[in-house]
Design a protein around this ligand. Structure first.
Ligand SMILES: [Zn+2]
Length: 108
């Protein structure tokens, strides 16, 4: 039974997301400033990246596993991980590609 299926993780995630948005301004992936003037779905809009992807065992809502990122950087990172996984397993590219580029923990 994974704990991230219930609402507690989501509430904690949202709370930590607000904290990160309030205290961080540099993308954890590319190291450039994040402009909070850009709104979703702009590629440079702010989003939360899981430092260790949830699919790799990272915590879905622990602030220690969350960082500020550009949406486009987060997407590229998840694409890389998807490609790597696909390379390792041989056949998971299509199914992973179909997942929405939101937060992995909703799709486990
Ligand atoms: Zn970035």
């Amino acid at each position: 039974m994974r704990p991230d299926h219930n609402g507690t993780q989501r509430a904690q995630f949202e709370s930590n997301k607000k904290k990160i948005y309030a205290t961080q301004e540099i993308c954890g992936i590319c190291g450039k400033p994040v402009d909070f003037g850009f709104k979703f779905p702009h590629p440079l809009s702010p989003c939360i990246d899981h430092i260790i992807p949830v699919s790799k065992g990272g915590h879905p809502s622990d602030i220690a596993n969350m960082q500020l990122a550009h949406m486009c950087c987060n997407r590229q990172k998840s694409d890389k991980l998807t490609e790597k996984k696909s390379f390792e397993t041989g056949n998971e590219l299509v199914s992973n590609r179909l997942l929405p580029h939101t937060f992995d923990w909703k799709n486990i």
